[in-house]
Ligand binder design. Structure first.
Ligand SMILES: C[S@@+](CC[C@H](N)C(=O)[O-])C[C@H]1O[C@@H](n2cnc3c(N)ncnc32)[C@H](O)[C@@H]1O
Length: 89
């Protein structure tokens, strides 16, 4: 079982609604994970605009949301951790 299948299996079994990924880069693992709300953190995303747009359309069609934070995980937890409690995330 690869890591994405393992993550998806855990999400499905536990019925998790949020997935937070530190280090997303191009989104290979992010986009393969099935979860209602996804939070992606990376100081250097390399996701082409068109790909991001396609994923946004997919999210809208499937009642999902993906939030991108272009920063280090240290900055995220220092400045944005309260947003994790926000039900919109
Ligand atoms: C190997 S890539 C991630 C690959 C991705 N998870 C996948 O499987 O497709 C590692 C990423 O971690 C990011 N990164 C490095 N230091 C980081 C930090 N302190 N906080 C968040 N992301 C970081 C890098 O910018 C890089 O894009």
């Amino acid at each position: 079982m690869n890591r994405v299948r393992l993550i998806n299996s855990i999400i499905q079994k536990a019925n998790f609604k949020k997935y937070l990924e530190i280090g997303t880069r191009s989104g290979t693992s992010l986009y393969a994970v099935n979860c209602k709300n996804k939070i992606a953190i990376d100081p250097n995303f390399i996701i082409p605009k068109l790909e991001k747009l396609k994923r946004k359309v997919f999210d809208i069609k499937n009642g999902r949301k993906t939030h991108y934070f272009e920063m280090t995980s240290d900055d995220f937890f220092e400045k944005k951790k309260n947003s994790l409690k926000n039900s919109a995330l």
